[in-house]
Design a protein around this ligand. Structure first.
Ligand SMILES: *[C@@H]1O[C@H](CO)[C@@H](O)[C@H](O)[C@H]1NC(C)=O
Ligand SMILES: *[C@@H]1O[C@H](CO)[C@@H](O)[C@H](O)[C@H]1NC(C)=O
Ligand SMILES: *[C@@H]1O[C@H](CO)[C@@H](O)[C@H](O)[C@H]1NC(C)=O
Ligand SMILES: *[C@@H]1O[C@H](CO)[C@@H](O)[C@H](O)[C@H]1NC(C)=O
Ligand SMILES: *[C@@H]1O[C@H](CO)[C@@H](O)[C@H](O)[C@H]1NC(C)=O
Ligand SMILES: *[C@@H]1O[C@H](CO)[C@@H](O)[C@H](O)[C@H]1NC(C)=O
Ligand SMILES: *[C@@H]1O[C@H](CO)[C@@H](O)[C@H](O)[C@H]1NC(C)=O
Ligand SMILES: *[C@@H]1O[C@H](CO)[C@@H](O)[C@H](O)[C@H]1NC(C)=O
Ligand SMILES: *[C@@H]1O[C@H](CO)[C@@H](O)[C@H](O)[C@H]1NC(C)=O
Ligand SMILES: *[C@@H]1O[C@H](CO)[C@@H](O)[C@H](O)[C@H]1NC(C)=O
Ligand SMILES: *[C@@H]1O[C@H](CO)[C@@H](O)[C@H](O)[C@H]1NC(C)=O
Ligand SMILES: *[C@@H]1O[C@H](CO)[C@@H](O)[C@H](O)[C@H]1NC(C)=O
Length: 655
């Protein structure tokens, strides 16, 4: 590129002239124009003139267009049709009486770049916000570098000017200035360009020659922006709301939500959540996550429902279990969509399974609860109601502090002995008399879970009707609807009770009774009691005469004492018998005479009446019937007159 031969030659030439004489003569030379700026390949013409009154001669020394020494001239012109020598340094010289001097013309030969282009360095495709990139401006074949200004633009904004003023290379070359950028999200779509300007001074072309690159459109990818609009909200129970998540990024981000999925919540268009008819199950955190390949942002809004309590969304396969002691059991927590973890805590021990299974004997006081961690809600738990039961080993009934028969209207206690039953709070002791339920006893106020014995008692005051009654007690474990049906029940053997009561003399014996001489009276003494009383008549106290049995025939006056005795008591009734004379035969005889007399009078009257009217058949039988309406009395009178006896008791009266 550089013509070394010319340079050396030129240098030695100048040296000769400077050495040859005083140098201040150069001020005698002037150029017109004083300096030139020439586009590569353009013509150039410069006049060198002197103000010296008597020059000996002048000339141009140049690698091209040089003018040999011209005697006696005061000006000489350097002309090139096509200036293509980058190293050109034309020199005008003069010879005078004072000696020789010379002056070099300043020539700026320039060339606009063949091309200017902009491109990212070591990168293609979209840029990512916040990352450093280099843009390269490729400027080909430009000269001279020291006049080059590279201007970087973003849109219409000038952002950097680069100069090469420290370089003194005159021949054309390529330059690759670079621009370091750290694009922001707002730079997406920005246009960068670079401009190569040759700043050639006032002698240069105006405006300065400039070549601009095609613009470079940059695409800037950015992470989603901070979420707007999603805020903590308080809503009323039953109302609806819409939670919106606003964020943008490039490429457009994806939205996702983290919250407890209850049926009245739905996601609309990915970026909004609709809660309809809010309930306690909607209380919780709603987190929106916005994401693209560059990054993600999230924001949580807490939703409170005024008028509703938070809900623990755990479902158990059964809310309560009733287990026979020693039986197996298995209860599951049921998964819901938004559960993160779920396990059991059995007697404060972590069981890493959603199904809790017991194959061996369970403790009497085991506690179990299912714990879940739910999206948007967090930790909550649900207890399982466990009832471990055991039917009694035995149930028996007996009278307390008593044996043998009971006595009417006395108080007795029956004891029910229930051995080894659990839990007491579910125990119902049912007392029966025959088939009649008479008392139910519960122990619901006790919270003892381990098995034990109980001795409920029943106070009875039996009546005579209760003789032979069967009492029994039944131990029933009333375990609710989850328990076995019918409830486990154990019944005692029946207790037959015998009820004794004192005798009661039931025959109506008068206090005093007359007895006609010769007409004995039978006194009948009947008594009831349990056990059946023994009946005795006592009379003639002096001789202690007694008579066993209820019937006594009395002939004489005296005190007659009927005594009824059983295991309970002895009762008695005293009858006073008074002896009377017997007037009955006389009265009977008088009645018989009166009957005969009245019969005769009737026969007489009848016969008169019959004769006066008509003759008819006579029937003695008819006549007798007609004349004696009380025929039975007459007959009785004839037959039983000698011993009319009166029965003075009615033995079958009960009271
Ligand atoms: C670059 O130079 C121009 C004038 O040529 C000026 O207007 C602009 O402000 C400069 N830019 C910077 C970034 O210095
Ligand atoms: C960018 O240009 C500077 C000089 O302006 C240079 O030092 C640096 O090495 C260049 N960087 C690259 C990556 O070309
Ligand atoms: C650069 O963007 C402009 C508008 O902003 C558009 O007209 C031009 O076609 C884009 N150029 C490229 C290479 O995409
Ligand atoms: C909400 O309640 C209204 C009436 O109160 C009912 O019409 C509507 O179907 C309910 N929406 C949902 C999702 O349950
Ligand atoms: C529970 O089981 C899961 C896998 O089923 C395991 O990752 C976790 O560590 C277990 N946790 C405990 C406390 O055992
Ligand atoms: C959970 O329990 C069930 C039933 O007992 C059993 O089949 C299953 O293997 C258990 N799972 C784990 C992870 O222990
Ligand atoms: C709900 O969000 C609040 C803060 O926004 C946080 O303190 C709390 O732990 C979150 N609860 C759950 C269950 O994620
Ligand atoms: C557990 O059972 C008892 C009696 O059956 C009941 O009163 C109580 O409410 C139950 N508790 C739960 C949490 O279901
Ligand atoms: C005892 O309970 C049963 C039902 O279990 C009921 O039929 C009966 O009438 C109750 N007896 C009494 C005395 O309350
Ligand atoms: C009968 O049971 C009651 C409680 O129900 C108790 O107070 C009383 O002492 C018991 N009586 C006897 C005689 O055991
Ligand atoms: C109780 O009475 C029934 C019938 O009345 C009888 O079968 C049973 O043997 C009696 N039991 C006792 C212990 O006397
Ligand atoms: C007592 O007399 C009645 C009839 O008057 C009779 O039925 C009953 O058997 C007698 N009783 C005794 C113990 O002889």
């Amino acid at each position: 590129m550089w013509d070394m031969c010319h340079r050396i030659f030129l240098g030695s030439f100048v040296l000769i002239w400077i050495a040859g004489g005083p140098t201040h003569a150069s001020s005698q030379l002037e150029f017109n124009p004083p300096s030139v700026v020439v586009k590569y390949g353009d013509p150039v013409s410069v006049l060198c003139s002197t103000s010296h009154p008597k020059p000996n001669g002048m000339g141009w020394e140049a690698t091209i267009g040089g003018v040999s020494f011209q005697p006696d001239v005061s000006s000489v012109t350097w002309t090139v049709d096509k200036l293509e020598d980058w190293t050109i340094e034309p020199m005008c010289y003069i010879s005078t009486v004072d000696g020789q001097s010379s002056k070099t013309l300043s020539v700026i030969l320039y060339k606009t770049p063949d091309s200017v282009s902009i491109s990212p360095l070591n990168h293609s495709g979209p840029m990512v916000e916040g990352t450093e990139y280099h843009l390269l401006c490729d400027i080909k074949n430009v000269a001279p570098l020291q006049n080059l200004v590279v201007k970087w633009y973003k849109g219409n904004e000038s952002i950097l000017n680069v100069t090469y003023s420290d370089l003194s290379i005159k021949s054309p070359g390529d330059v690759f200035p670079n621009l370091t950028i750290t694009p922001s999200r707002d730079d997406d779509g920005a246009q960068y360009r670079c401009e190569a300007e040759l700043d050639l001074g006032p002698e240069g072309p105006q405006p300065p020659p400039t070549v601009t690159s095609e613009p470079l459109n940059i695409t800037v990818h950015s992470m989603p922006s901070n979420i707007q609009e999603l805020e903590d909200t308080v809503i009323d129970v039953g109302s609806s709301t819409r939670l919106k998540c606003s964020s943008n990024g490039n490429p457009p981000p994806e939205f996702s939500w983290v919250f407890f999925r209850s049926p009245n919540v739905r996601v609309e268009n990915k970026d909004a959540v609709i809660i309809e008819n809010a309930t306690g199950a909607n209380i919780g955190n709603y987190t929106c996550v916005v994401k693209n390949y560059i990054g993600n942002v999230s924001k949580t809004a807490r939703i409170s429902v005024r008028g509703a309590d938070p809900v623990c969304p755990i479902k158990l396969s059964t809310d309560s279990v009733v287990i026979k002691y020693g039986d197996e059991v298995s209860v599951s927590c049921i998964n819901t969509a938004s559960v993160e973890d779920m396990y059991w805590i059995i007697d404060s021990q972590h069981v890493n399974n959603t199904t809790w299974s017991v194959k061996s004997r369970l403790n009497w006081d085991t506690t179990a609860r299912c714990t879940g961690i739910f999206l948007g809600i967090g930790n909550c738990h649900k207890p399982l109601n466990i009832t471990v039961y055991k039917a009694p080993d035995s149930v028996s009934i007996f009278p307390l502090n008593h044996s043998g028969p009971m006595v009417e209207r006395k108080e007795y206690h029956l004891l029910c002995d229930i051995k080894n039953v659990a839990p007491l709070q579910n125990l119902v002791v049912k007392w029966y008399k025959g088939d009649e339920s008479i008392l139910n006893v519960t122990y619901s106020d006790l919270s003892i879970k381990t098995p034990g014995d109980v001795f409920p008692n029943l106070t009875i005051t039996p009546s005579r009707d209760d003789d032979g009654a069967h009492y029994r007690c039944e131990a029933e474990l009333d375990l609710g609807p989850e328990g076995p049906q019918p409830p486990p029940t154990m019944t005692s053997e029946p207790l037959n009770i015998t009820v004794h009561y004192k005798p009661h003399i039931t025959s109506q014996l008068p206090e005093r009774i007359p007895v006609f001489r010769g007409y004995p009276v039978e006194l009948s003494c009947v008594a009831h009691g349990n056990p059946q009383p023994r009946i005795e008549w006592r009379y003639d106290t002096a001789n202690h005469v007694t008579h066993a049995g209820g019937n006594l025939t009395v002939y004489e006056a005296g005190l007659y004492n009927c005594t009824a005795t059983n295991a309970v008591e002895t009762v008695f009734v005293v009858v006073v018998v008074i002896l009377k004379e017997d007037y009955l035969p006389l009265i009977a005889g008088f009645v018989a005479v009166m009957v005969v007399v009245i019969s005769v009078i009737f026969v007489f009257i009848y016969s008169i009446y019959y004769k006066n009217t008509k003759m008819g058949r006579y029937s003695l039988k008819d006549a007798k019937l007609a004349s004696t309406p009380n025929g039975n009395v007459a007959q009785n009178g004839c037959r039983d007159i000698p011993l009319p006896m009166t029965k003075l008791s009615q033995p079958n009266i009960n009271f």
